[in-house]
Ligand binder design. Sequence first.
Ligand SMILES: [Zn+2]
Ligand SMILES: [Zn+2]
Length: 301
Amino acid sequence: MNEQFIKKISDDLEGVFFLEGALDGKYPFSHSLLINNTLIDTGISTKFLRKLRRTHTVNKILLSHWHEDHISGNRIFSDREFYSHPSDRLLIENTSKMIEYYDCVGSDFEDEFRDILESLRMENVQVSGELIDCQNISINGMYNLKVIHTPGHTAGHCCFYEPHFKFAFLADIDLSSFPFYGGIDSNLIKFEESIEKIKELDIEIAITGHKGVIQGKDTISQKLERFKKVLEERDERILELLSEKKPIKATELIDMNIIYTRYSHFKDYELIAEKVMIKNHLEKFLKNNMIEKEDDGYVLV
Ligand SMILES: [Zn+2]
Ligand SMILES: [Zn+2]
C-alpha cells in the first residue's frame, strides 16, 4: 500500500521514492528522498514519517544539513543511525543552539523563534556517522550515492549524487527564487562555489528540498544558472547603492529590501537574515577588491 506522499520517481529507479513534504515542502517542512532503506532528511512532517515507518523499513538517515525544516522529524527515528557532515553535527545533536546560529539571540524575534522551534517538538539525536566530501555510500548493492559537500547555505550542507543513474538530492540548493545564506555559518563565496560544483555533475533528475523533482539535464542546468543569477542580482543591487566617495555603513543597507524584496509577517526575522546576507556580499566584494573600508563604511574601489 502506497501512501500519497510517497511517489515513485521513475520506473528505472527501483526502490527510490520522492517523499513530498507537507505544505508542498514549504517551510517549516521540506521534501525527502527514500532510497531503499536509506532516508535523506526528516522534514516532511512527523505525521508522514510515522506513516512511512509503518510501510517501509528505514535503517539509515542521511541529513543534508542542520536546519530545522530538514531535521524536525529526527525523533521518529531515534532508534536508527544518523549521518551528517561534521560541521553540522553540533546543531543536530544540540538543537537549542539554532537560535544562536540564526543570529537571533537578544533580538525582538528570539522569543517568537523559540516558540516556532518548540512547536516542531524537535529532539536531539546522536550522529553516529560522518558524511565527508566524495564519500561513497553503497545502498543495497544497487545504488552508489556520492556525498558532495556543498558549504555556503550552512557549513556542512551536503548534496547526494548517484552518477550511474544520474539523480541527485540537492537539498537547499533548491533551485528556488530565494537562495539563503543568513546563518552565522553561511558563506556566500562558498555557496557560489558549491553551485558551480553541482553544475559540473551530469544530472537527469534533481530532487530539491523545497521545489520538488526537476527532470531533464537542460532544465536542471537552466534552473541552476537562474539560481546563481539571483545572487548576482543581489550583488548588483548593493553595488548600485555604494559610491566611490561617500562611505556607506552596512547598517545603512538594512531595511532597503535588497535581499527580501518584500517582507512577510516574519519581518523581525527577515531583517536579521537580511543583515547577515548583506554582510556576506560585502565580504565577497572586499575579497575581490571591489570595495574597501573607509571610516565605518565601505566605498567602491
Ligand atoms: Zn536550509
Ligand atoms: Zn530548507
